[in-house]
Design a protein around this ligand. Structure first.
Ligand SMILES: [Mg+2]
Length: 146
C-alpha cells in the first residue's frame, strides 16, 4: 500500500518525545522526528509499503527528503503545499488534503478535519493524537484492519 504521513503534530512537534538525531542528521541540521518514527517506517518498509509525506507546510521537497534520509528512513515521495495547490486547488477542489490524487491508500494525520474530509470525499485516514504515546502501535493496529 501507499501510506502518507502528515508532518506537523504527527511527526514534528515539541509536544511529544523526539528521536535522537543520528550524526548525519545533526550535521545537516534537520528537524527532529517523533520518537518511534524510525522503527515505524522500518516496519512498514519491511512490509513492502511505500511511504509518502503529505504536508500542508511550505517546507521544500528537498528539505523534507533530506530529513528522512538523514534518519536512515528515506521516503518514496513528498507532497508539500506547493504541489497540493498545483494538483488539487487549481482543479477547483477546496480540500486541505486529497490523497487519492496521488494514489495513496491511507493517510495518517493528527487532524480531525482531515478525518472528516476523508469521510466526505472517500479516502481512508488514521488519526493519531499528539498525546498518544503508543502512536506506533495505533498506526500498525489500524493498518492491520485494512
Ligand atoms: Mg498536522
Amino acid at each position: 500500500m501507499k501510506i502518507s504521513f502528515d508532518l506537523d503534530d504527527t511527526m514534528i512537534s515539541t509536544r511529544f518525545h523526539l528521536e535522537k538525531r543520528p550524526f548525519f542528521a545533526k550535521m545537516v541540521g534537520t528537524e527532529k522526528l517523533r520518537s518511534g518514527t524510525i522503527a515505524l517506517f522500518k516496519t512498514l518498509k519491511a512490509q513492502k509499503h511505500k511511504i509518502y509525506i503529505y504536508t500542508t507546510s511550505y517546507r521544500s521537497v528537498y528539505k523534507i527528503k533530506l530529513m528522512f534520509l538523514a534518519h536512515g528512513i528515506p521516503v518514496d515521495f513528498v507532497i508539500n503545499q506547493q504541489m497540493h495547490e498545483k494538483r488539487i486547488r487549481n482543479k477547483g477542489k477546496s480540500i486541505s488534503k486529497f490523497p487519492p490524487e496521488f494514489s495513496i491508500d491511507v493517510h495518517i494525520d493528527d487532524s480531525a478535519g482531515v478525518e472528516t474530509e476523508g469521510k466526505k470525499f472517500g479516502f481512508k485516514t488514521i488519526i493519531v493524537s499528539v498525546s498518544d504515546k503508543d502512536w506506533v502501535n495505533t498506526v500498525l493496529k489500524k493498518m492491520d484492519e485494512f
